[in-house]
Design a protein around this ligand. Structure first.
Ligand code: ADP
Ligand code: MG
Ligand code: ZN
Length: 482
C-alpha cells in the first residue's frame, strides 16, 4: 500500500464484550450499569474469605451463542483458570478467566473493509472471564482514588482475532460487524461508552512481501471504533518511522490519548507467565453436552448478512438498502412487519430510510420508543398507494403519527386531509380553469408544452392542494390534447 512507504501493517484485535445476563458470573448479584457505587456486591464478588463461586449458566449459554454465530467450535470441556495480578479494583488478587482450554475456538468474522470489498478475519479463540471493578480517579482536588466494586464479577467474553487485518479501516469494519453480531444474538449491548465493549488493538508492520510478522505493540484505552482506527493509524506511522530511522519496535503496551491524538507507552509487555495462570481450584471443569450445543445453535436468529441477502432476493431491494434495513435486528423486524400490511417493498424501504430514520434521529429516539407501529405505517403507505392521500400529505400525517401515536385515519380526519381522486368532482373544476384562460389554452395547443404545468397549478390551487395530481394530469390531457 502506497501510503505506508513499502511497509504493510498487520492487525489483530482482542475484544471484551460484557454479557448482559441479569446476574453476575459467579454470584447472584445483579449485573447492572449505573447503580450507586458498591451497592451490587456480596461476599463472593468482594472476595471475602471462604466465599465460593457458582457458575452462571446464562453466561455460558451467551458465550456459546457467540461461538456458534461466528462458526466456531464449542469445546465439550473447558477449564477456568486464575489469572493473578494485583490491582486495587480486583479484591481477589486474581481474575477467573480461561487460559489453555477456552470454551471456544476458531470461526471467523466477515466484514466490509474500507474500500467496499468483503473480507474475512479468522478468530483464534473466544473465552469466558469475569470483569474487575472500577477505579474512580480523582476529578480535581480530591487527593485519593475511589473504588467501585459493582462491576466485579460481571461476565465477559473475550474474542481474540488472528493477526490478519491489513489496515485501520479494516479494523473498523471488523469491529462494526462484531458489534452487529453481538447485538443480533442479544448477548451484549455493544455500548462502548458504557464500557460494554472494549477493544485492545495489536499492530505490527513488515516490509511488503515479507511473510514474517514484525514485533507488535498493543494499544489500549480507545473509547470508540473511530478511536481504534485513529490509534492504529498513529501507531503504524510511529513504527514505520522508527524502523526507517534505524530503530527497532519494542513489544509494549501503549495508551491512546484521544485528546492529544497520541499513543503513549504504558508498560513493557507482560508475558502470560507473569500472570501465573493455574486451573481454578474452586470450580470444576466446564462440561457441555452435544444436545445443549445443538439447541443453542438452533436458537440463533438469522444473521445480518444472510438477512440482507434475503431482503435483496425476497423484496427486490438494492444491496445498499438491504444493508441499511438489516443494520439492526429491530429495524429489520420493523420493515418485515410493515411488509405484512403493505405490498410495495421499495416504497416501504424508502419511507423507513428517509422519513422514519430521520424523525428518530431528530428526536434522539430509538426504534423501540417509536409510537408508529409497523401496522400503522403499512396503513399509511397503502393510502398513498391507492391515491387517498398524496405523498406530501402523508408526510404531514406521518409526523403527527410519530408525535401522538394516533392511527393514520384519525389524523387524516382531524386535519381534513383527503385527496380528491374522484373524476366527477374534479371535472367541473378542470373545465372552469380551462374556460378561464383561453389565451394560455391557445398557446399550449400552439406548441408551448410547458404551459401544462400552469394548468395543473391552477387546479391544485382551486382544490387547496387536495386534488390527486395523477388524476388531474389525466383529465387535463384529455381536454387540452384531445
Ligand atoms: P496476549 O493475550 O498476550 O495479548 P495473544 O497471543 O493472545 O497475546 O495475542 C493477542 C493479539 O495479538 C491477537 O489478536 C493476535 O492476533 C495479535 N497479534 C499477535 N502477534 C501479532 C503481530 N505480530 N502483529 C499484529 N498482531 C499480532
Ligand atoms: Mg493482549
Ligand atoms: Zn456478588
Amino acid at each position: 500500500m502506497a501510503v505506508y512507504k513499502g511497509f504493510e501493517p498487520v492487525i489483530g484485535l482482542e475484544v471484551h464484550a460484557q454479557l448482559f445476563t441479569e446476574s453476575k458470573m459467579f454470584c447472584g448479584c445483579k449485573s447492572e450499569y449505573g447503580a450507586e457505587a458498591n451497592t451490587l456486591t456480596c461476599p463472593v464478588c468482594l472476595a471475602l474469605p471462604g466465599a465460593l463461586p457458582v457458575l452462571n449458566k446464562k453466561a455460558v449459554e451467551f458465550a456459546m451463542r457467540m461461538i456458534a454465530a461466528v462458526g466456531g467450535k464449542v469445546h465439550r470441556r473447558s477449564v477456568f483458570a486464575r489469572k493473578n495480578y494485583f490491582y486495587p479494583d480486583l479484591p481477589k488478587g486474581y481474575q477467573i478467566s480461561q487460559f489453555d482450554k477456552p470454551i471456544g475456538e476458531g470461526g471467523a468474522i466477515e466484514y466490509h473493509s474500507g474500500n467496499g470489498s468483503r473480507k474475512r478475519c479468522r478468530l483464534t479463540r473466544i473465552h469466558l472471564e469475569e470483569d474487575a471493578g472500577k477505579s474512580l480517579h480523582p476529578e480535581h482536588g480530591e487527593g485519593f482514588t475511589r473504588v467501585d466494586l459493582n462491576r466485579c464479577g460481571t461476565p465477559l467474553i473475550e474474542i481474540v482475532s488472528e493477526p490478519e487485518m491489513e489496515s485501520p479501516e479494516e479494523a473498523y469494519g471488523y469491529l462494526t460487524k462484531l458489534k452487529q453480531i453481538l447485538q443480533y444474538i442479544e448477548v451484549c449491548s455493544g455500548d462502548m461508552e458504557k464500557g460494554h465493549l472494549r477493544c485492545d488493538a495489536n499492530v505490527s508492520v513488515r516490509p511488503v512481501g515479507s511473510e514474517k510478522l514484525g514485533t507488535r505493540t498493543e494499544l489500549k484505552n480507545m473509547n470508540s471504533f473511530k478511536g481504534v482506527e485513529r490509534a492504529l493509524k498513529f501507531e503504524i506511522v510511529r513504527q514505520i518511522d522508527l524502523i526507517k530511522a534505524g530503530g527497532k519496535v519494542e513489544q509494549m503496551t501503549l495508551l491512546w490519548d484521544e485528546k492529544k491524538q497520541v499513543a503513549e507507552p504504558m508498560r513493557s509487555k507482560e508475558e502470560s507467565h507473569d500472570y501465573r495462570y493455574f486451573p481454578e481450584p474452586d470450580l470444576v471443569n466446564l462440561v457441555i453436552g452435544d444436545a445443549w450445543i445443538e439447541s443453542v445453535r438452533l436458537s440463533l436468529p438469522e444473521m445480518p448478512d444472510v438477512r440482507a441477502d434475503r431482503f435483496v432476493s425476497q423484496y427486490d431491494l438494492r444491496t445498499y438498502d438491504a444493508a441499511v434495513l438489516t443494520d439492526s435486528r429491530a429495524l429489520a423486524d420493523y420493515y418485515e412487519q410493515v411488509m405484512t400490511h403493505f405490498d410495495d417493498a421499495r416504497a416501504a424501504s424508502n419511507w423507513i430510510q428517509t422519513e422514519l430514520l430521520a424523525l428518530l434521529k431528530d428526536n434522539k429516539q430509538e426504534l423501540h420508543d417509536c409510537l408508529v407501529s409497523p401496522e400503522m405505517l403499512g396503513e399509511l403507505l397503502s393510502k398513498v398507494k391507492s391515491g387517498d392521500i398524496s405523498g406530501k400529505m402523508a408526510k404531514t400525517v406521518f409526523e403527527a403519527m410519530f408525535a401522538t401515536g394516533k392511527a393514520p385515519d384519525v389524523i387524516i380526519k382531524e386535519k381534513g386531509l383527503v385527496q380528491v381522486s374522484d373524476e366527477s368532482s374534479l371535472i367541473p373544476i378542470i373545465e372552469k380553469v380551462i374556460a378561464a384562460y383561453p389565451d394560455n389554452v391557445a398557446k399550449y395547443r400552439g406548441g408551448k408544452a410547458k404551459l401544462f404545468g400552469f394548468f395543473v397549478g391552477q387546479v391544485m390551487k382551486e382544490t387547496d392542494g387536495q386534488a390527486n395530481p395523477q388524476t388531474v394530469n389525466k383529465l387535463l390531457k384529455e381536454r387540452l390534447d384531445g
